[in-house]
Ligand binder design. Structure first.
Ligand SMILES: *[C@@H]1O[C@H](CO)[C@@H](O)[C@H](O)[C@H]1NC(C)=O
Ligand SMILES: *[C@@H]1O[C@H](CO)[C@@H](O)[C@H](O)[C@H]1NC(C)=O
Ligand SMILES: *[C@@H]1O[C@H](CO)[C@@H](O)[C@H](O)[C@H]1NC(C)=O
Ligand SMILES: *[C@@H]1O[C@H](CO)[C@@H](O)[C@H](O)[C@H]1NC(C)=O
Ligand SMILES: *[C@@H]1O[C@H](CO)[C@@H](O)[C@H](O)[C@H]1NC(C)=O
Ligand SMILES: *[C@@H]1O[C@H](CO)[C@@H](O)[C@H](O)[C@H]1NC(C)=O
Ligand SMILES: *[C@@H]1O[C@H](CO)[C@@H](O)[C@H](O)[C@H]1NC(C)=O
Length: 913
């Protein structure tokens, strides 16, 4: 169903073997947002290694880019390439993603304006917005991206002029570190500003082709001596070609065709590496074929169709050593065509149709394709072979590798190695084809080898095939690419995404536009399940924690639902939820009471900032005190994160039934004057996270940590096993474990938890959330929610207790860090380096190995391999006995249990014994 949309957010560490123009091999943290209809839900990822260099991507995603993405402020790479079903606008606040280094949206269906705030992405190196439907003008603020290396806006419907700075506003002339300006296939107007180019620039590609640019070619272009490819073709440029372009000695390809350029054709002898020159269809002054062309020793193609050429074709031209193609058709060339005695051995085509040539002189063994149709010389019947219309380009298709093509069943294709498989396919689009299409066999063969050796060498790719090269009317070369799987007949999602990522992130000569892959080896989960589930980006997302996880949102469905609810609320005004007028059933509350808005306003001092103790996506949390002296934590939903009345009622009913000493209990609620608030008991010592980070000043020794682990495990076990109905927390993390005055753990924030569903029921109505770094892959891939997801998150919490590290630090997941560091044969599993120095310096670390084993058991890839919370509780009790503690003893008084930080933070690391 089209309304169902989901998003996945993942982060992986990924090593990219960069290609040609990239600087170096780099490590990247990748975050990909994947969206798909439920039919395309990625399957179970059990078995993939979260520590490995694998990537996840998807093909066939549909939906909108959630504006929530802007809260992922640590995001470094966002690659959504080749998901034709992704549409809508880029969120206005995209500029908040301050760490973003790579943004690739190529080959999607995004539209609307490119937000101005994109200019705030000053870390960005790679921006590919090509092959979408972006409109409006190019934001001048892009000029602020001082680190930008690659700017690709090709193939959109951008209008307006090319922005340059003017004293108040930045412009693209500031991009002195950028190598690629790819603006082709848009509707840009105005002149190419002279100010755009300067000698400070390091541009190698300037591709402005296929726009509506007017005026002359600015002579400042000649200052950018790093240029290698210049495409100004298919615009309305006039005036003469500036003579100082001759300074551009590194230019290999120059496309000036299809403009209204006038004047004499400038001498470009200085471009001594030029191999492709296209000046066709301009209004140059009538002249002879420029003699300087005969001195361009690298020239492979000279294309000067319809450029007012007169006189004879100089025979010296044909002896250029690299020359393959000469197209001088539709001119007024006359006299005799003399190919000369030693034409280039590479020469394949001479197209002179529609000229006035009257004689030809041919050398000996003449194998060159010569097109003379439309010349007087064709009146001689002996030349009829040269006097037929030019035929289309030679075709190419990767041949079989000395094997017999099998007959493949169903829709499989035979690979070059003659096995039947479902290839991942698409089109390589070369915007500056750096070779000749006419007979590119050797080039294509090289390209196949290059793809295998440099792109796919560490991927499960058997072979690649190229076929059907086609030069389109914009002078882009399209070549069909098929990538065949190795060892099996189709790719799994991991492999497709890795291939897709590598092809989208190339700084190489082409863009890859993929076809959807329909044959994933790992099939989808049933499509009808959990259709309304959405995981909303949790409050920690904006923080420094980053992330090994996925966020699945059914935004559209949620919005529709909210819209419907807003409507209901409107026609059913229980904005002030007076129980006497409430037409639904009265909430069955156990022990929780209703607070009036006035009462809460008063006890929080009008929700003053001073009383704010936390905030998140749902709104803010305030401390309040009642006249009785009781302290409260009041969670106030903000506009937009309100639930419908019924949902709110269900939630408070559920929360009021949950009572356990290791769970934060609900004191009451407020539902009036358009407000929804949940009132909890106030827990004085803050979050476990603040303690571990040292922020709260409380220092936890090993014994205390064991007790906290036990307490929070008991709270969760209660939710899973004793609450009625059972509750899956879904957002277990150190910020949701609070510490009371005795440093007892209390699990909080199960407010948006989902009651465990009857497995037969697949309707899920409660909005849920999860936090990056704590979610297991199995859950986000399958969306089959089980208690085992909480167990995974709890395992991450245990690892934090050991290391005091964030779940994701510097792009590395804590699970991987510990796995990598661990050596079970050594004392303390050799974890000295990554233990929290606070405990490492302590006296006893009894039971530590068992604790590590338990944590690793909790974070097993597959839920069935993880223990239940009940088992976790038992194991922690065992560990405490090993450590010489009585698990059932009540907590001692606080003073003996912790010390304040007094600047005595232990700095020495434990040395291996
Ligand atoms: C995907 O395929 C690769 C290579 O064929 C394999 O190593 C990996 O384990 C597969 N992943 C899954 C989840 O099947
Ligand atoms: C981001 O960009 C917008 C629009 O250019 C600007 O108004 C805003 O101040 C910028 N924000 C930051 C943090 O630079
Ligand atoms: C610079 O350009 C902007 C927008 O095009 C314009 O509003 C502004 O007045 C210009 N400033 C100067 C000093 O010309
Ligand atoms: C080029 O075209 C512009 C209008 O687009 C015109 O104003 C200008 O005079 C032309 N220049 C030359 C040299 O023809
Ligand atoms: C570039 O070309 C101009 C005009 O042709 C010439 O005067 C200038 O010296 C050249 N600059 C360089 C750096 O070669
Ligand atoms: C070829 O054309 C040029 C220029 O139009 C003319 O001067 C010359 O006489 C012509 N040569 C022949 C052989 O017709
Ligand atoms: C082959 O592909 C076509 C169109 O993509 C599809 O309709 C058909 O069901 C496929 N056949 C098999 C056997 O997969």
């Amino acid at each position: 169903m089209a309304l169902r949309i989901q998003f996945f957010l993942l982060v992986f560490s990924f090593k990219l073997l960069a290609t040609a123009a990239t600087t170096s091999v780099e490590d990247y943290t990748i975050l990909k947002i994947l969206m798909s209809e439920w039919q395309n839900t990625p399957p179970n990822w059990v078995g993939t290694d979260p520590c490995g260099d694998n990537s996840l991507a998807s093909m066939g995603l549909r939906g909108l880019l959630p504006s929530d993405i802007v809260s992922l402020t640590e995001l470094q790479i966002l690659d959504l390439s080749n998901n034709g079903g992704l549409k809508g606008n880029i969120p206005q606040q995209i500029g908040s993603l301050a760490m973003l280094s790579t943004l690739i949206l190529l080959g999607c269906s995004f539209s609307g304006q490119i937000p101005n705030s994109i200019g705030n992405l000053t870390q960005l190196r790679h921006l590919s917005l090509n092959a979408n439907s972006f409109s409006g003008s190019i934001p001048p603020w892009i000029g602020n991206m001082k680190n930008l290396y690659w700017l690709d806006l090709t193939d959109n419907i951008l209008t307006g002029t090319i922005p340059v700075s003017n004293g108040t506003i930045p412009g693209l002339d500031w991009l002195v570190n950028t190598r690629h300006f790819h603006f082709g296939e848009n509707q840009l107007t105005g002149t190419i500003p002279a100010q755009l180019f300067s000698s400070k620039m390091k541009l190698i590609h300037v591709l402005f082709d296929n726009n509506k640019l007017t005026g002359g070619i600015p002579s400042t272009l000649g200052l950018v001596t790093t240029l290698e490819v210049v495409r100004f073709d298919r615009n309305s440029l006039n005036g003469t070609v500036p003579s100082n372009l001759n300074n551009l000695t590194r230019v290999q390809e120059l496309y000036l065709s299809n403009n209204q350029l006038t004047g004499p054709i400038s001498d470009l002898t200085g471009m001594n590496t030029l191999f492709y020159l296209d000046m066709s269809n301009n209004s140059f002054n009538a002249s002879s074929v420029p003699l300087w062309t005969s001195s361009l020793q690298s020239l492979t193609a000279l294309v000067m169709e319809n450029t007012n050429l007169q006189g004879e074709v100089p025979s010296s031209l044909f002896s250029l050593p690299q020359l393959q193609t000469v197209d001088l058709s539709n001119n007024q060339l006359n006299g005799t065509l003399n190919i000369g005695s030693s034409p280039s051995s590479q020469l394949q085509l001479i197209d002179l149709h529609n000229n006035s040539i009257t004689y030809i002189t041919l050398g000996g063994a003449f194998s060159i394709k010569l097109v003379l149709v439309g010349n007087p010389v064709c009146k001689q019947s002996a030349l009829s072979t040269y006097c037929t219309s030019a035929t289309s380009n030679a075709n190419y298709s990767t041949p079989s590798n000395n094997c017999l093509d099998p007959i493949c069943s169903s829709n499989k294709t035979s690979s070059p190695n003659c096995s039947c498989a479902y290839p991942y396919a698409g089109t390589l689009v070369f915007r500056a084809p750096s070779f000749l299409v006419l007979n590119g066999s050797s080039y294509y063969h090289q390209l196949e080898g290059y793809l295998m050796a440099y792109y796919f060498n560490s991927l499960p790719v058997d072979s690649v095939s190229l076929s059907d090269p086609m030069r389109d009317s914009s002078d882009y070369l399209h070549v069909s690419l098929k990538v065949f799987p190795s060892g099996q007949d189709s790719f799994n999602r991991t492999a497709v995404s890795a291939i897709g990522f590598i092809l989208s992130k190339t700084f190489g000569p082409f863009s890859f536009i993929a076809l959807p892959y329909l044959h994933f080896a790992d099939s989808s989960v049933e499509s009808s399940k959990s259709s309304n589930t959405g995981i909303v980006i949790g409050e920690a997302v904006g923080g420094t924690l980053l992330v090994l996880l996925v966020i699945i949102v059914s935004i559209y469905a949620l919005r529709q639902k909210r819209r419907a609810e807003r409507f209901t609320e409107h026609s059913h005004p229980f904005a002030s939820w007076d129980l006497t007028t409430w037409s639904g059933s009265i909430p069955k509350l156990k022990g929780a009471r209703r607070f009036s808005f006035k009462e809460l306003k008063k006890c929080t001092n009008n929700f003053s900032d001073a009383n704010e103790i936390g905030s998140g996506g749902y709104g803010k949390v305030y401390r309040g005190s009642l006249l009785t002296g009781q302290l409260l934590a009041i969670k106030r939903a903000q506009q937009g994160s309100m639930q419908g009345g019924n949902e709110f009622k269900n939630e408070i009913e559920l929360l009021s039934r949950v009572h356990h000493k290791n769970l934060v209990s609900l004191v009451g609620f407020c539902f009036e004057q358009g407000e929804q608030m949940l009132v909890y008991e106030y827990i004085p010592n803050g979050t476990l996270k603040d303690c571990l980070s040292g922020k709260s000043g409380i220092r936890l020794d090993w014994m205390r940590r064991l007790k906290i682990a036990l307490g929070s495990a008991r709270g969760l076990a209660y939710l899973h096993e004793l609450a009625n109905p059972p509750i899956i927390h879904r957002d277990v993390k150190t910020t949701n474990i609070l510490l009371d005055e005795h440093l007892n753990a209390k699990v909080s924030d199960f407010g948006l938890s989902k009651p465990k569903e009857n497995p037969d029921k697949d309707r899920v109505t409660t909005q849920v959330k999860g936090t990056m770094g704590y979610m297991d892959r199995e859950y986000y891939m399958t969306q089959q929610l089980t208690e085992k997801s909480d167990v995974y998150s709890f395992g991450v919490v245990l690892l934090e207790l050991l290391t005091a590290r964030k779940p994701i630090e510097k792009g590395k997941h804590i699970v991987c860090e510990v796995k990598t560091a661990m050596d079970k044969t050594k004392n303390l599993y050799s974890l000295y380096e990554i233990l929290d120095p606070v405990i490492a310096s302590g006296a006893s670390l009894g039971g530590l190995e068992n604790f590590v084993d338990l944590a690793m058991h909790c974070v097993e890839e597959s839920g069935v391999d993880r223990p239940t919370m009940g088992e976790v509780v038992k194991e922690i009790e065992n560990i405490m006995q090993l450590a010489g503690l009585n698990p059932n003893a009540e907590s001692a008084s606080t003073s003996a249990s912790y010390e304040e930080y007094g600047g005595g933070f232990p700095s020495s690391k434990l040395e291996p014994k």
